[in-house]
Design a protein around this ligand. Structure first.
Ligand SMILES: NC(=O)c1ccc[n+]([C@@H]2O[C@H](COP(=O)([O-])OP(=O)(O)OC[C@H]3O[C@@H](n4cnc5c(N)ncnc54)[C@H](O)[C@@H]3O)[C@@H](O)[C@H]2O)c1
Ligand SMILES: O=P(O)(O)OC[C@H](O)CO
Length: 312
C-alpha cells in the first residue's frame, strides 16, 4: 500500500539526494525538488502524501510559508530532516512545521547519518520521531532497508535537538583534533558535551533518554570523529588559523553548527542555561578568542563535582 504513496523531497543538497537514494533502495519512488527544478513547488507538493524537508535551516521558515500558501493534501505527512535552530525565533524545524501546519503529522528524521557514507551504501541507523506514532511508523516502513535501520520514538524535540546541538560540539571536536590535544582531551570533551546538550534539551522539553540514543550520543560520536563532517571541518580549519569566511567558502555544503552556535547562545543567555563548551565555540566563531584561548578558558573554569546534567 505504502508503495503507492507520492513522496516529494524538498532540497537537492547532500542530504536531500541521500534521502532519495535511501527511499529508492527501499523500493520507493520519490521526486526531489530544488529551486533550480523545472517544476514549481506547487506542482511537486500538491498531490504528495509525504513531504520531506531536507533544506538547510536558513530556508525552513520561508519554504514552510510558501507551502502554507500553496496548501497541502489532506493528511499529508511532513518529515523534517534539517538540523538547526531558526535565527529569528530560536525554534526548531519541527516546531516551525507544526506551527505552520497544526493539522498535519510532523515527523523528525535524525541520526548519525553522514551523507557520503550513506551514498556509498554503508550500513547506518536513524530515528524517526513524532507525536503521531502511526505517521512515524509509516515513514519508518518507507525508509527501512538492508542498509538503513530505522527506529521510532515519540520525542521529536529531543530527537532534533540531539542532531542540532552536536553540530556545535563537532566544531569543538575539530578544534580539539586540529590542535592535537590528544585522546584524553577528546574523551573529556565528548563526555562533557553530552550533559551540556541534555541541559539545553530538557530545558526545552526533551526527554533525557533521547540524548543517549542515535540522534544524541550516536550523532555526537559520528560527527565529532569524522573528517566527513562539515562542522568538524570548520573546527579543524579554525584551529589552523583560517578565517571562518575562508573555511565556509571552501566547504562542500552547509555547516549548521555555525548558525546554531549563535542562536544557542542567544537562547541560553535568555534562559540562563549553562553551555560552557558551546560558548567557547561561539566566541571562537565570532573571532573573540583564538582556538588555544578557548581551550585555556575551558580548563580554567571553576572546579566542581562531576555529575550530572543539572550541574555545570
Ligand atoms: N549532509 C549530511 O550528511 C546531513 C545528514 C543529516 C542531516 N543533514 C542536515 O540536512 C540539512 C541540509 O544539509 P545538506 O548537507 O543537504 O546541505 P546542502 O548545503 O548540501 O543543501 C541544502 C539545500 O537546501 C536548499 N535551500 C536552502 N534554502 C532554501 C530555500 N529558501 N528554498 C529552497 N531550498 C533551499 C539549498 O538550495 C540546498 O539544496 C542541514 O540542516 C543538515 O544539517 C545533513
Ligand atoms: O556534515 P555535518 O557536520 O553537517 O554532519 C552531517 C550529519 O548531521 C551527520 O549525522
Amino acid at each position: 500500500m505504502t508503495k503507492t504513496l507520492k513522496t516529494t523531497i524538498i532540497g537537492a543538497g547532500a542530504w536531500g539526494t541521500s534521502l532519495c537514494f535511501l527511499l529508492n533502495r527501499a523500493g520507493f519512488e520519490c521526486e526531489v525538488w530544488s529551486r533550480r527544478s523545472e517544476k514549481s513547488l506547487a506542482e511537486v507538493v500538491k498531490d504528495a502524501d509525504v513531504i520531506i524537508s531536507a533544506i538547510s535551516m536558513k530556508g525552513v521558515m520561508a519554504v514552510s510559508q510558501q507551502l502554507k500558501e500553496i496548501g497541502l493534501k489532506d493528511k499529508a505527512i511532513i518529515v523534517t530532516a534539517t538540523k538547526g535552530l531558526d535565527f529569528e525565533t530560536t525554534k526548531t524545524p519541527s516546531q516551525i512545521w507544526q506551527d505552520t501546519f497544526p493539522n498535519h503529522a510532523v515527523v523528525v528524521l535524525s541520526g548519525p547519518n553522514l551523507s557520503k557514507e550513506i551514498k556509498k551504501a554503508l550500513p547506518a541507523a536513524t530515528v524517526l520521531a513524532s507525536n503521531d506514532t502511526e505517521a512515524a511508523e509509516l515513514v519508518q516502513s518507507m525508509f527501512a532497508s538492508d542498509i538503513f535501520r530505522v527506529y521510532v520514538n515519540n520525542d521529536p524535540i529531543g530527537t532534533e535537538l540531539g542532531g542540532t546541538l552536536k553540530n556545535v560540539m563537532a566544531i569543538a571536536s575539530g578544534v580539539c583534533d586540529g590542535l592535537n590535544l590528544g585522546t584524553n582531551a577528546k574523551a573529556a570533551l565528548l563526555t562533557r558535551a553530552l550533559p551540556e546538550m541534555i541541559r539545553v534539551g530538557t530545558h526545552l522539553g526533551a526527554s533525557v533518554e533521547t540524548f543517549f540514543g542515535l540522534s544524541g550520543l550516536g550523532d555526537l560520536l559520528a560527527t565529532c570523529d569524522s573528517p566527513l563532517s562539515r562542522n568538524y571541518q570548520v573546527g579543524m580549519g579554525l584551529s589552523q588559523g583560517k578565517s571562518l569566511d575562508d573555511i565556509l567558502e571552501n566547504l562542500e555544503g552547509t555547516a549548521e553548527g555555525v548558525n546554531t552556535a549563535t542562536v544557542l547562545i542567544k537562547l541560553a543567555s535568555k534562559e540562563k542555561i549553562p553551555v560552557p563548551i558551546s560558548y567557547q565555540v561561539y566566541l571562537l566563531l565570532k573571532g573573540k578568542v583564538s582556538a588555544a584561548e578557548a581551550v585555556e578558558n575551558l580548563m580554567a573554569r571553576e572546579l566542581k563535582e562531576e555529575f550530572w546534567y543539572l550541574e555545570f
